[in-house]
Design a protein around this ligand. Sequence first.
Ligand code: ADP
Ligand code: MG
Length: 238
Amino acid sequence: MTGLVVTNVGKKLGGSPVLSGINLEIASGELVVCVGPSGSGKSTLLRIIAGLEIPDTGAIWMGGRDVTKRSPEKRNVAMVFQSYALYPHLSVEENMAFPLRAKGIPSAERKQMIAETASMLGLRELLKRKPAALSGGQRQRVAMGRCLVRNPCLFLMDEPLSNLDAFLRMQVRMEIKSLQRRLGTTMVYVTHDQSEAMTIADRIAVMETGQIIQLASPQDLYRSPVNRFVAGFIGTPA
Ligand code: ADP
Ligand code: MG
């Protein structure tokens, strides 16, 4: 079954084209990384997939259904932003309970779902702590936990590691990859960091000025970039 299909998506913002002719097909359980310079349209594409923006042209399909006009709540999509905000006055457990409460899931079931997600992310010992008593990496894990606990079909991440230092970034990106493998989650992951893209992606979509100029596995991108821009961006030796 196909996870996500994006067909011919175009979008103008403030009168200028931000995305044009975006086509993307992501298999269920696949991790696709969108990489490209600042302003190339990565966040806008993710927001359109999440339903936070409506495209001017084209369509978004999930699990074989056209969801282009569906509200974000009805898409079963979870999104982690660069500036993930945890509720500072709530414990880790209460932060994770938040989206489940919103869905009206009863307390006993909530506890069970939170316990499972917390042990998966190594957060079991931290459930009673407030965000201020956590490290940056732990906070990031809680933000992921809060998304994962809802068991989304599709997981979207927009530069989730950019607030972490270099060492933590390496560690957390490997955790994200292994979690994604283990759960078989379909994921679109945005970054402007090519080494991050090369390490975690099943396939990479290289974006420039609102278009996907190459979509390929890390190996294929490295071996046969379509042009100088891709070669330069991926760091292929000249
Ligand atoms: P990226 O995430 O790759 O840095 P964005 O999707 O955030 O790129 O932005 C792509 C382009 O769209 C940029 O040129 C940006 O200035 C423009 N843009 C984004 N949001 C808006 C908006 N609400 N109104 C006008 N222009 C916007
Ligand atoms: Mg962005």
